[in-house]
Write a protein that binds this ligand. Structure first.
Ligand SMILES: [Zn+2]
Ligand SMILES: [Zn+2]
Length: 418
């Protein structure tokens, strides 16, 4: 259980509860469900070893146990045994026993009548995605269907279903859906098809876009990979598909806005220069070489090429570090393929020219990878600058850099923790 201790940090300071002790918020942690499942399996095993005549099932932290025709003392004995097992593990449990009608998760089991039906918690009305919200049409269309399926599955027959259906239909109507739910008996056909390798194109969806983006995309595929073409086997309507992804909801927009403001305060200190005193005049960024999260440009000129070539890059670390890596690649041939820039420098060197100059400058200051919104402004801006660069012939960056993956989130991986 020691691995589940939770610590709270804010601005690199640990926080402690007033009454002492740690924060107990692990229920909502990313792996909370997995841990719950592991502990559950462990306890289930112990119960099956130590208690006879009982069938137990578990979902997360809710358990359901069945005993066949127990006598009063038998029930009581089993209850005590269960308490014992949990106590030994340092846990406590709340047991209701001797029930013939049980509400378990979202189902009510009724042994008296031999049926099961949907269980609705009192004062709990379901809230569904509004029909007018900015979601792809197929997502909205699927909502009543999936609810129908779920409610049908947890109703033992159509009569039971019809009794609870109006409740859900009302909730759907309130969310603006025209269709209610209808009974769908289990067809028993759960055979799954072999999953195919499908290339998905998943642009974000917005109602205000009038172009049918997915259709346009599929038309392009059809046009450029015709049925009789060389690549039609690899790219055709069966394995290239389009779907829509949802845009971040309001909660996420607010979250990212908040963190933007909070992080902005942290970075209030202006960047400085950590070059050696006698070399300050040669500082690559004119006295601001420790600046972080920038898109920068390096312009290479030679006596014969005064116009020069331009390389655009992004630096999440202080620029000085990035600069050091560039310099290393200019001087050691082994790093020649590090960047397009170092490749270009080596091309110049091998042509017999050694009087090249690189002038560095900041193109844009942005924010680095954001763990909350999982977006990287730095990469986006770098790509934007590359795409928008006016003089393509001068640019050293290759087009493929525009589709590269963000590497700035790597430093937040656990293996990088020191
Ligand atoms: Zn400097
Ligand atoms: Zn990035």
């Amino acid at each position: 259980m020691h691995v589940r201790k939770s610590l709270l940090f804010h601005n690199n300071l640990p926080w402690v509860k007033k009454k002492g002790g740690m924060f107990d918020v692990t229920m909502g942690s990313y792996d909370g469900a997995e841990v719950c499942e592991l502990v559950g399996l462990f306890i289930l095993h112990q119960i099956s070893q130590q208690i006879d005549g009982i069938d137990v099932g578990l979902y997360r932290d809710d358990g359901l146990a069945v005993m066949k025709d127990p006598t009063g003392p038998e029930l009581d004995f089993t209850r005590k045994k269960l308490h014992e097992v949990f106590k030994k593990n340092g846990l406590s449990i709340e047991i209701k026993c001797g029930l013939k009608v049980v509400d378990y998760l979202d189902v009510t089991f009724d042994l008296n009548k031999g049926i099961f039906k949907p269980y609705i918690k009192p004062n709990n009305s379901p809230l569904y995605v509004n029909a007018k919200s900015n979601h792809p049409p197929h997502v909205l269309k699927q909502i009543p269907i999936s609810i129908s399926k779920r409610i049908s599955n947890i109703s033992s027959n159509e009569e039971v279903f019809n009794k609870s259906a109006p409740y859900y239909t009302n909730a759907l109507k309130q969310a603006g859906h025209a269709n209610g739910i209808s009974y769908q008996p289990d067809s028993g056909n759960s055979r799954k098809n072999r999953p195919r390798k499908i290339i998905w194109f998943v642009p974000p969806y917005s109602k205000s876009v009038s172009i049918n983006v997915a259709r346009t995309f599929l038309n392009i595929v059809r046009k450029h990979f015709p049925a009789n073409g060389k690549y039609s086997k690899l790219y055709n309507k069966n394995n290239v598909k389009a779907s829509y992804s949802c845009m971040p909801n309001i909660a996420r927009v607010i979250k990212s806005h908040n963190s933007k403001i909070l992080n902005g305060e942290d970075q209030a200190t202006p960047p400085g220069c950590n070059c050696q005193k006698n070399r300050r005049a040669d500082c690559p960024l004119g006295g601001a070489c420790t600046v972080e999260n920038i898109v920068y440009s390096g312009t290479v000129t030679t006596p014969t090429d005064q116009e020069g070539k331009v390389y655009l890059g992004a630096s999440g670390t202080p620029f000085k570090v990035r600069f050091g890596n560039h310099k290393k690649a200019f001087n050691h041939k082994g790093y020649r393929t590090d960047t397009k820039l170092s490749g270009h420098i080596w091309d110049i060197k091998e042509s017999g020219e050694s009087r090249y100059k690189v002038k560095w400058s900041v193109v844009k200051q942005t924010h680095g990878y954001n763990r909350v919104s999982k977006t990287c402004d730095l990469c986006l801006n770098e790509k934007l600058e590359i795409l928008n660069y006016k003089d393509r012939d001068k640019l050293l960056n290759s087009r493929s850099e525009v589709i590269s993956k963000c590497r700035h989130f790597n430093k937040y991986l656990l293996k990088e923790y020191k």
